[in-house]
Design a protein around this ligand. Structure first.
Ligand code: GLY
Length: 369
């Protein structure tokens, strides 16, 4: 049986980032996943957005997001390839007065938390994004701190340096991972980072109250004559529906993302319609683009939208439930796991202990398989 210092189950962006950093710390590490980067990572937009992804009542999560955000420049600098890291900031606006009022309340909450958000008048909006619909150039905000990375590039760069076993894990038990090809891996430490699948992995000694929050997301090609379509990530509230548009360095654009808990893994026609309709309301030129990809994947949601991250037994660490924030939180998840492997635990992150919902019955009624 092969022996490793660390086996990481799950090759989504979080598992990849953890495995990468564990390897950089000098340990012998194996990543176990039948299709690395094929789940939520394949869909992910890659917004590094501690400001515009802040939601009410999520102060604890925000502290983790800010800690992760601070790690990004060094994390990117440590990687042996271009991962599409761009620090061009995010424009935020609402389509009608109700949307603008909602955003104003949210921005006030963000400012209370000490996050920098600059108000924009109609002239400033038009200067930042000349292709914006003239009707929507009323007022908005600019979050300089909200950046982006290309999750597919990032996954590819992380994967090149790792030893990978392309099989599924069927159980974990005292330093052994059973594999679905009949093989076994022995590792001093096992890190379970396989998203939603973690909830049903035999051998995990705590209930992981994960639920599937599906997202539809689109990729579009921008014709030469419309370049640059956008200069910044654009987030809008359009009659109560959030939509984001992210310009990629290759000239394409990503439009996302719905949030569905309807148990339907395939792309939703209604979801695609809503995204295109709302994106076109904000940026009429969207109608001129070529739709090149429609993807749907499940985000691993938790009852408080924060991850399940920490040690649950000797030799067993859990890192899942990253919900909308897997990409942003990857460097901090990796750092926390490396600290745990070294026998240290930062008390700030105890609040994300995977067993924190054990006292209350988990809300399985919301769970859709
Ligand atoms: N992180 C953005 C999303 O989940 O849609």
């Amino acid at each position: 049986m092969q022996q490793y210092d660390v086996a990481v189950i799950g090759g989504g962006i979080v598992g990849l980032g953890i495995a990468w950093q564990v390897k950089c710390s000098g340990r012998k590490v194996l990543l176990i996943d039948p299709e690395p980067a094929g789940g939520a990572t394949y869909a992910a937009a890659g917004m590094l957005a501690p400001v515009t992804e802040f939601h009410y009542q999520e102060q604890a999560l925000q502290e983790l997001m800010l800690a992760a955000w601070r790690l990004w420049p060094e994390f990117v600098g440590s990687l042996p390839g271009d991962v599409g890291y761009r620090r061009s900031g995010t424009v935020l606006l609402g389509a009608d007065p109700a949307d603008r009022a909602l955003l104003a309340d949210l921005v006030a909450a963000q400012s209370l938390a000490g996050l920098p958000v600059q108000s924009l008048d109609s002239t400033a909006l038009g200067e930042l994004e000349p292709m914006l619909s003239p009707q929507l150039r009323v007022s908005g905000y600019f979050a300089q701190a909200d950046h982006q990375v290309d999750p597919r590039r990032l996954a590819a760069v992380l994967l090149t340096g790792l030893e990978v076993r392309r099989v599924g894990a069927t159980a974990v038990r005292s330093g052994i991972v059973d594999l679905d090809d009949g093989g076994q891996i022995r590792a001093a430490e096992v890190i379970v980072a396989n998203g939603l699948a973690a909830r049903s992995l035999p051998g995990v000694p705590v209930d992981l109250p994960l639920r599937a929050v599906y997202g539809d997301i689109l990729r579009l090609e921008v014709p030469e004559q419309l370049q640059p379509l956008l200069r910044h990530t654009l987030r809008a509230m359009v009659r109560g529906n959030p939509v984001y548009l992210i310009p990629r360095p290759d000239g394409s654009v990503v439009i996302g993302a719905t949030q569905r808990e309807d148990g339907r893994p395939g792309a939703s026609a209604g979801g695609v319609y809503q995204l295109l309709r709302d994106a076109q309301t904000v940026l009429p030129a969207v109608a001129e683009l070529t739709l090149s990809e429609v993807t749907a994947r499940a985000r691993p949601g938790t009852p408080d939208n924060a991850p399940l991250l920490g040690r649950v037994a000797e030799g067993l660490i859990i890192a899942t439930g990253f919900y909308r924030h897997g990409v942003l939180l990857t460097p901090i998840a990796a750092e926390i796991c490396c600290e745990l492997l070294a026998g240290r635990a930062d008390p700030r992150w105890a609040q994300f202990a995977p067993g924190r919902f054990a006292a209350a019955p988990s809300d399985r009624t919301q769970e859709i398989r």
